[in-house]
Design a protein around this ligand. Structure first.
Ligand SMILES: [Zn+2]
Length: 354
């Protein structure tokens, strides 16, 4: 495995010590040993090995699972704001991803509570967050929140309350808008096949292979994937597919069949498939879906954050690594954005890609 520091694509943008670093260190103490070992030994910092990683990381060079020492909002401010482009990507655990599209900041499925699930008085009954905690005060101002569906690991009311701002708009699935707390500038629900344009960014909802009920009594709730088109009017525009939760489906292959150009960044869940493969695709299935949707760079999410299923915590990333290698052996050009918690990445274009 090549060493990360020999990679020309890695760049250090380092300043020292902040409150996030201290928070990360204390949070690491609570990581279950298998996750911590997996993150260290398998070196997610440099996953996958070889030239398929062409993302520039804004990091201090630490090859561990700790958060960067430079405050996220500061790094974010210094990113480019080229119209129509994906100027920055940052995984914040599970399905929470910050995207800088043009000059706009989009945040998907924000879930930062120490525990998720049903609230009974002051208690929350459900899985504990195992990844390092993210302080919402460290985040840059968010222009648009995208919520895929109302399951507790995607729509977390305490997090949404903490993020509420009149300058933030929310797009969510049909039948879930009432779950969004007050305090946002606008909350809209998108049905499948509907599309809206917000500040020049086009967002279309699609139907993944999943479901939307939070309890036994709310089966009316929708569940979305989103295609986010960086700028409807720019020739340079890039596209993001946020798949939400999905089992294996042909939905995304249909995008390519309908003539949609390459998806520049595909955000797919790779975990919680054992025994829930009818609701959550396996890593191999995700590679298959991403290839067929003409995804250029894949950011794997829905892993290493909450224990939701029976597979070992590190298995999704191990299997994804193997599946991507197998795809490369077949000649596929799928790249993987290493899921480095809290680290801001810039995608570099592949010059030989048509
Ligand atoms: Zn989920």
């Amino acid at each position: 495995m090549p060493k990360g520091d020999s990679k020309k694509s890695a760049r250090t943008v380092g300043q020292k010590l902040g409150s996030m670093a201290a928070a990360a260190r204390s949070a690491m103490g609570r990581y279950p040993q298998d996750v911590a070992d997996s993150l260290r030994q398998r070196d997610l910092a440099n996953f996958p090995p070889g030239d398929s990683v062409e993302a520039r990381a804004h990091t201090d060079g630490a090859r561990t699972a700790t958060l960067p020492e430079v405050p996220l909002a500061e790094t974010w401010r210094n990113l480019p704001d080229t119209a129509g482009r994906i100027n920055g990507v940052c995984w914040l655990g599970h399905c929470s991803v910050l995207l800088k599209l043009g000059s706009h900041t989009v945040l998907t499925d924000p879930v930062f509570s120490p525990r998720i699930g049903v609230r009974i008085g002051p208690l929350t009954v459900g899985p504990k967050r195992l990844a390092a905690e993210i302080d919402v005060r460290s985040l840059p101002p968010v222009d648009l929140l995208l919520v895929s569906h109302a399951h507790f690991d995607h729509l977390d009311v305490p997090t949404l309350k903490a993020l509420a701002s009149k300058s933030t708009r929310v797009l969510t699935a049909a039948g879930t808008a009432r779950l969004i707390p007050r305090g946002y500038g606008e909350v809209a629900a998108l049905k499948w096949e509907q599309q809206v344009s917000i500040d020049g960014i086009a967002i279309a909802a699609m139907r993944p292979a999943h479901w939307g009920a939070r309890t036994a009594w709310d089966r009316h709730r929708g569940f979305n994937s989103y295609v986010i088109d960086g700028a409807a009017s720019s020739a340079e525009r890039q596209r993001v597919l946020f798949a939400g939760d999905t089992a294996m489906t042909d939905t995304f292959a249909a995008l390519a069949a309908e003539g949609l150009p390459q998806i520049d960044l595909g955000i797919f869940g790779i975990g919680a498939y054992q025994p829930w493969v009818d609701a959550h695709a396996t890593p191999e299935q995700v590679v298959d879906m991403a290839e067929r949707a003409r995804v250029d760079a894949l950011l794997p999410v829905h892993h290493s954050t909450f224990r939701l299923s029976d597979e070992p915590m590190d298995e999704p990333m191990v299997r994804l690594s193997e599946a991507v290698r197998a795809a490369a052996d077949r000649g596929a050009k799928l790249r993987v954005v290493p899921p480095r918690l809290g680290h801001v990445m810039e995608l570099l274009t592949q010059p030989d890609r048509d």
